[in-house]
Design a protein around this ligand. Structure first.
Ligand code: BGC
Length: 805
């Protein structure tokens, strides 16, 4: 195929040979395998699991049918079908379910869907006594399903709140209002209807298994503390084949090997960031600082008691022994080898997790930091594998933002760095090896960036708080043209650009070099850019109209210079194409499940499969992966994101990028940065210390950029310490490009609130969904931006297009 043929002609052609990869049996099988690999066995106290095939089952809970494949909003995916657990039993024949009960729940769920309710947003119906008794006669084994849903644009809550500045006319009921109605105590907890159903089932059945079909953390004390519940499987939101994947695990066709990417604490209030989460629509104060997730629960005195299931936790049907083979220091990295032996009776995989306990020093440190991990292949009983984990010294460093060791530098404080390894934080052995430093070491000297201007205090390792020196508040960047009123950009499509009549045989003016000349090496990019007028350059810096099946717009689109219009598409759980196009794509498991695989190679396969579906549909930029940190369970978009830990999230995100880009299409890593709350996300100010930024919230992006070379990044809507992310030169030029050597394109999130010319000046190259060329031109005429600034960003857009084949 000629270069860019898919973008230019939108052919209806399979990617390879004669069969389509989009929603192909191979991709759907990969979705199922990935789902099974990320599901986490929380409890199996009497080894009830795996079940023997043929065991009669009673399936309780409306969630058996009200299965949630993934969360809502731009992360939703339109797939050909969705298999819940009931379907899975039918399809596999592993076992039969008590039909009258199934019929009851199916009807109840259908009724609520017909009344307009969404999957996961339904009420648990009263369990009729006669059905319970009938089910008990049919079977000894009950499987209770509980599901939860959340989505883009709203957060989970335990209160009824409104999206404060929604530009859209209010529907009858907003999602938060519906959620408040169904979950009056918040969806983190079981509802009273669910509690009643669980109580009745536990009282009646000798064998009870719970399935949690959720995209974020919820209360699991009721599982841990009730001996009548013998087994629990966290099946997450497992994509279109989630039911089948769960069945594969329940019946021992696969051995569970997922591990928690987040700490499951008992109460929402146990998370230090909960208290202030809903405090204001205007700002979020990250006063817990670097003590996010296990860094908090393992460090702060007394906090650990609140943990139900810790970070890294996950059971197996088999057992493993992990032993230390040896450590070696090699220049600026530490290499650790472990032998993993399957000591049980089932084949399975294990994750070796390596944590570092750094000296408390002057800065104070988390008790443990995950510094590396490695998953084995499938080991047969008795089989052993040696795995190697490589830890760069930078993974042990702290960012000194107060100058106690060396100001604005990543430092290693003097003292002993101890290492702990095992299959999770609950099960650590101390390594024989210790890394000792006689003196403080400055690993990377940086400059102050994105300093806080308003943060009352921050948490320290001993549980006390510290006041920071703050910069004076600076307000938003000055603009030479009055800023657009708040919501006036909302939902605007890019304009169709007029294209004059011209002779078909002469698509280009005499002397014009089309972009294909640059691709062929017959014209330099500089010379190509010199041909473009200011208007042409400005045009390249805004979103372009959709073509084909796209619905999130394109980039490029200057036909008189042979610049194709390359299309974007949403993710990350699959390529999101509107259903009215007739195209259905593979729905992969949600991001959090993928992180729970702790298997970057597998995630890279998912990325490669998604990237191939993108390309086959003539799309070029996949708005995937979404790597924001799980700061608090309230965040409505946590299902799309990976983990509370930046290393796990970073390595999983990097694997996704590598997989996607192996197709010569672009990943677009989002949302850069600190988009950890949905309410008023377009204006909310994330207020945090430089240390929290550097060690947690930027670290995840840094790992992806440095190890996977993404071709595009999307800035977040929010403000960071008073600077709008898309207008922050410190974020985009100083940190992303100068420090991390990012060479790709930066695009805004869709219809944000930034002023376009200020964004270009800050290094945010393209405004999506649409640019505002007339405003950039005005700024150019006023001398507030130069042609050189336009060329810098336009060059990056063209470099991106040139990478597409
Ligand atoms: C979301 C992005 C998404 C974009 C395009 C925004 O509202 O925050 O994640 O990629 O829309 O649909």
């Amino acid at each position: 195929m000629e270069k860019w043929a898919r973008s230019l002609y939108l052919p209806n052609l399979p990617l390879k040979d004669r069969s389509y990869v989009t929603a192909s049996p191979e991709h759907i099988a990969l979705s199922r395998a990935a789902a099974a690999e990320g599901m986490v066995l929380l409890k199996n106290s009497t080894s009830l699991l795996p079940l023997t095939c043929g065991t009669p089952l009673a399936l309780f809970g409306k969630a058996t049918f009200d299965y949630v494949k993934g969360g809502g909003g731009s992360g939703d995916v339109h797939c050909p079908y969705i298999h819940n657990l009931y379907d899975a039993l039918q399809l596999t024949g592993y076992a039969s379910a008590y039909e009258p009960l199934a019929e009851y729940y199916r009807d109840q769920v259908q009724e609520q869907y017909s009344a307009g309710r969404l999957p996961g947003m339904t009420i648990e119906p009263e369990l009729p006594e006669a059905l319970l008794m009938g089910a008990r006669e049919f079977s000894d084994t009950a499987i209770i399903s509980i599901s939860r849903f959340s989505g883009e644009g709203w957060d989970r809550s335990d209160a009824d709140y409104e999206e404060p500045f929604s530009p859209y006319p209010a529907p009858d009921k907003t999602m938060p209002q519906t959620a408040a109605e169904i979950f009056p105590e918040g969806d983190f907890y079981l509802t009273k209807e669910e509690r009643s159903m669980v109580g009745k089932v536990c009282a009646a059945f000798p064998n009870v298994i719970v399935l949690l079909n959720i995209g974020g953390v919820m209360d699991t004390r009721w599982i841990r503390d009730d001996d009548r519940i013998q087994s629990a499987l966290l099946v997450w939101q497992g994509g279109m084949e989630g039911g089948l994947a769960a069945a594969d695990l329940l019946f021992g066709k696969e051995t569970p090997c997922g591990k928690l990417p987040d700490t499951f604490a008992g109460r929402l209030s146990d998370y230090p960031s909960s208290a202030g989460f809903h405090e204001s629509p205007h700002y979020v104060e990250y006063i817990e600082d670097i003590y996010v997730g296990y860094r908090y629960f393992k460090t702060i005195p007394g906090a650990e008691n609140a943990v139900c299931y810790p970070f890294g936790y996950g059971l197996s049907y088999t057992g493993f022994d992990i032993s230390e083979v040896g450590f070696a220091v090699d220049a600026d990295q530490i290499r650790a080898d472990f032998q993993v032996t399957n000591t049980g009776a089932y084949s399975g995989k294990e994750v070796v997790q390596l944590y570092c306990a750094a000296p408390q020093g002057k800065l104070g440190k988390p008790r443990y930091i995950l510094c590396g991990f490695c998953k084995t292949g499938s080991l047969n009983p008795g089989e052993a594998e040696t795995v190697t984990i490589t830890v760069p010294l930078s993974a042990l460093a702290s960012f000194d933002d107060t100058g106690e060791v060396c100001p604005n530098a990543f430092v290693l404080e003097q003292g002993s760095y101890e290492f702990f390894f095992g299959s999770g934080l609950h099960d650590l052995k101390k390594a024989r090896f210790v890394y000792s430093l006689a003196e403080d070491l400055v690993l990377e000297q940086l400059a102050p960036k994105l300093c806080p201007t308003s943060l009352p205090r921050r948490l320290r390792a001993d549980g006390t708080y510290q006041e920071l020196t703050l910069l004076p508040e600076h307000g938003e960047n000055n603009s030479v043209i009055p800023r657009m009123p708040g919501a006036s950009a909302e939902g605007l499509n890019p304009a169709q650009r007029p294209y004059p009549r011209r002779l078909r045989r002469y698509p280009f003016d005499p002397g014009v070099h089309p972009l294909s000349d640059v691709a062929a090496g017959e014209c330099s990019l500089d010379a190509f850019l010199d041909q473009l007028s200011d208007e042409d350059l400005i045009h390249l810096l805004g979103g372009q109209p959709n073509t084909g099946v796209a619905n999130t717009f394109g980039l490029g689109n200057l036909p008189e210079y042979g610049i194709p219009n390359i299309m974007t598409a949403d993710g990350p759980a699959g390529v999101r194409i509107e259903p009215n196009t007739g195209v259905r794509t593979t729905a992969f498991p949600c991001g959090t499940l993928l992180a729970a695989t702790w298997n970057p190679e597998l995630v890279a396969q998912v990325g490669a499969a998604g990237g191939a579906e993108l390309k086959e549909n003539n799309l070029c930029v996949w708005l995937t992966p979404a790597v924001n940190i799980h700061r608090n369970p309230y965040c409505g978009r946590n299902f799309e994101y990976y983990s509370e830990d930046p290393l796990l999230a970073g390595l999983i995100g990097a694997a996704m990028v590598r997989g996607i880009q192996s197709n010569q299409v672009s990943a677009c890593v989002k949302h850069f940065a600190c988009n950890n709350k949905e309410v008023n996300r377009k204006n909310s100010d994330s207020r945090l210390s430089q240390r929290a930024l550097r060690e947690i919230y930027l670290k995840v992006f840094e790992i992806v950029v440095k190890t996977a070379d993404p071709w595009a990044i999307m800035t977040s809507y929010n403000v960071i310490n008073g600077q709008r992310a898309s207008e922050s030169r410190e974020l985009l030029e100083d940190i992303l490009r100068d420090e991390w050597s990012f060479r790709g394109v930066v695009v805004t999130d869709w219809w944000n609130r930034g002023e376009q010319y200020l964004e270009i000046l800050a290094g945010n190259d393209v405004k999506m969904g649409t640019g505002f060329p007339e405003r950039v031109k005005e700024a150019l005429d006023l001398g507030a931006i130069t042609r050189g600034d336009l060329i810098r960003s336009a060059r990056r857009v063209l470099q991106l297009i040139l990478k597409m084949d």
